[in-house]
Design a protein around this ligand. Sequence first.
Ligand code: GUN
Length: 296
Amino acid sequence: MTAEIISGTEIRKAILAEVKEEVDQMKEKHGKVPGLVTILVGSSPASISYVTLKVKTAISLGFHEIQDDQPEDISEEDLLGLIDKYNNDPDIHGILVQLPLPKHIDDKKVLVAIDPDKDVDAFHPVNVGRLMIGGDEAKFYPCTPAGIQEMIIRSGTETSGAEVVVVGRSNIVGKPIAMMMAQKGVGANSTVTIVHTRTKDLASHCKRADILIVAAGVPGLVKPEWIKPGSTVIDVGVNRIGMNEKTGKAILSGDVDFNAAKEIAGAITPVPGGVGPMTIAMLMKNTLKSAQYALK
Ligand code: GUN
């Protein structure tokens, strides 16, 4: 049987419509809207394109949005000063500093300078700690793991007691999603295994996964025969495997052999159109949440 395709594009649309409705209500009730500042240092084409999409999405939802572009040679001190200004601006609920930063700036220093209660990326060590504690402590989850959990929930996959195997141990995806799935709560309560480059028998772990989350960045790493029949497969990999000569666009592939895997899995995310589109939707949701906390 062919798997259900979990479309990030469709789920994003639904989430953004939900956020828009809540923004409209907030405006009506409190005369306020969520405020997001995106700080872009320099002019890397990839960063410009990410930030442009974030800004456009925020504006389409009725957010107060400030796009604060800074020159490549801004000093670390000036950037920290800018963050301090937004930390103290009551109309700003989310501060996003687009990464990577130029080499002369210590990105760790910058990330810890952001007020944890405005850190909608959830990269600040305080938010990493809050995620670990779980429950009400966790104000924001990092956007990609939050998107993954939302897709699992909306696909109707049972997570309680499920065997979850996470392939990859990055700070941005593997480690946080593993902890989120192990916590008490909706879309969680799972039994989690993290596997990585030093794991002895990757195949045997993947084969027992009711939910397989792959964030390794290695195209085709997970073989179809490693997939448990009927399982839910979330492919976080976005690998450029070539170029379409006609369109000039990169050809993207995940970490899982999608065409073969969809004949075995119960539900699976495609690449592109899977986890990728979810990240911005969760950033918007985090900014809304931050504004709602500020009104409490
Ligand atoms: N650069 C690439 N992805 C991200 C992200 O999710 N947040 C930030 N701040 N920078 C990025």
